[in-house]
Ligand binder design. Structure first.
Ligand code: GLU
Length: 468
């Protein structure tokens, strides 16, 4: 069986946006599912708009998403000799020609065509002149004048283009650089790419590319054009709809596996299953299940999927992802067992890592401020005896196991004749500064004896100095 070879060829004219990432994912998943090869190619022939910064941003986003490549990165800007060689092949085989029509003439043709309601097309003035290389000339592809070019698209099915509607498009600019359609085809042929999955904004380029393949006598790849990603208002997703770049989602506290899962589901389905691990996606991905209708990007859905991924993510990985968020808040958090325990109390109640880091504040601060309302209600003389009794009980323990903690709290309940609910709230405020936190036993257990005793002491002093 032929090895499946796919590619992702971004143009480095900005960050990697979620739509582009989805295209990359489809190609990557298909290659991984088929035990094929995935190529990364940077399409930087537009030397004015391409920047190193964008190249770096694209690598960074792909690496964060965990999309790895088997071959490349190739840079089109380093392959100009190859394109020239292929362009000359076309000139020699009579499939391309030099054209010296001025841009004014071309503009005139365009205007006339528009005025008469026709499609702007090159009129073929230089087509049969048989010119050899001339300074300032462009090279045009000699496109078939009649008949049809059929795009057999695995997603959209057959699309038939009338050749009379297509024109002799430029393959080499007057400065000697190749145009997009030419470079893509030469690359895909020489890199043996046999599956091209890309956005349907390229559908109109594809008949030109098919004609080039034919002129080169090369086999066509399988083409699949995926519908664009839309915003909630059903217009093409853009900055107006919110964050667009992959790294913005990283910085907002999304897990790569969650974004990956969400983007793939946005245009591909497997029954009505929503949650997929990375391995499951690799195992189940098929191009036949890529949908025909555009996906609508919904940040709330992404967030709830993120929460699901946070719940099941291995603690070790989650620690790595959470640490930068804790660092941003100025907490001296480290990758250790304490962090893993902290995470275990928060991973079922956090929609993002940003939110998790915010909830983890009391684990990493000793001098936190008490929430005003919480302190007013619970750091009061009536609770003093319970707090002091708990300090005494916990002080006796060498092991903060759940069983021991329960016994200590029970002893306090008996001694003060109060229910757990009454005791838990002042303890919670003493330990976390707030009335809402993870379960009281888990919180005490994770904070450990030293922190707990000193925080209880702090609360006792607070009550005595404020209300004593
Ligand atoms: N560089 C093109 C883009 O970023 C690639 C299109 C293609 O997949 O052929 O849209």
């Amino acid at each position: 069986m032929e090895t499946i070879i796919t590619r992702f060829p971004p143009s480095p004219t900005g960050y990697l946006h979620v739509g582009g990432a989805r295209t990359a994912l489809f190609n990557w998943l298909y290659a991984r599912n088929q035990k094929g090869k995935f190529i990364l190619r940077i399409e930087d022939t537009d030397t004015v708009r391409s920047t190193q910064e964008s190249v770096d941003a694209i690598f960074e986003a792909l690496e964060w998403l965990g999309i790895d490549w088997d071959d490349g990165p190739y840079f089109q800007s380093r392959r100009f000799d190859l394109y020239r060689e292929y362009i000359q092949k076309l000139v020699q085989s009579g499939n391309a020609y030099y054209c010296t029509c001025s841009s004014e003439r071309i503009e005139e043709m365009r205007k006339q065509a528009m005025a008469s309601g026709g499609k702007p097309k090159y009129d073929g003035t230089c087509r049969e002149k048989g010119m050899s290389q001339t300074d300032g000339a462009v090279i045009r592809f000699k496109a078939p004048l009649s008949g049809t070019t059929v795009l057999q698209d695995i997603i959209k099915k057959n699309i038939v283009f009338q050749n009379s509607e297509l024109d002799d498009f430029i393959i080499q600019r007057s400065d000697g650089t190749p145009t997009y359609n030419l470079a893509v085809v030469v690359d895909d042929i020489t890199m043996n790419v046999n599956t091209v999955i890309r956005g349907d904004d390229h559908v109109n380029n594809t008949p030109k590319q098919i004609q080039l393949y034919e002129a080169f006598g090369a086999a066509l790849p399988v083409f699949g054009h995926v519908p664009m990603v839309l915003g909630k208002d059903k217009t093409r997703l853009s900055k107006r709809h919110g964050a667009m770049s992959v790294t913005e989602y990283r910085d907002m506290g999304y897990l790569p596996d969650a974004l990956l899962n969400y983007l793939v589901r946005l245009g591909w389905s497997f029954g009505d299953q929503e949650f997929f691990t990375r391995d499951e996606l690799i195992e189940k991905f098929t191009i036949k299940n890529i949908g025909k209708s555009p996906g609508v990007f919904d940040q709330e859905k992404l967030q709830s999927l993120n929460a699901d991924h946070i719940k099941v993510a291995p603690l070790d990985k989650l620690s790595d992802h959470l640490l930068p968020f804790l660092g941003k808040k100025g907490y001296a958090a480290e990758k250790n067992q304490y962090l893993e325990k902290v995470i275990q109390t928060l991973n079922t109640r956090s929609k993002t890592l940003e939110e998790m880091a915010a909830s983890a504040d009391f684990y990493y601060q000793e001098d936190f401020k008490y929430d005003d309302k919480a302190a007013e209600k619970f750091l009061n003389p009536p609770f003093l005896s319970a707090l002091e009794a708990l300090m005494a009980e916990l002080g006796k323990l060498s092991d903060f196991s759940e069983k021991n903690l329960e016994a200590a709290f029970t002893a306090v309940m008996v001694a003060t004749d109060q229910k757990l609910g009454k005791i838990a709230q002042p303890v919670r405020v003493a330990l976390t500064g707030k009335t809402v936190s993870p379960g009281i036993f888990e919180t005490v257990e994770v904070l450990g004896k030293d922190r707990v005793l000193s925080r209880l002491q702090r609360a006792v002093e607070y009550i005595k100095s404020n209300k004593g």
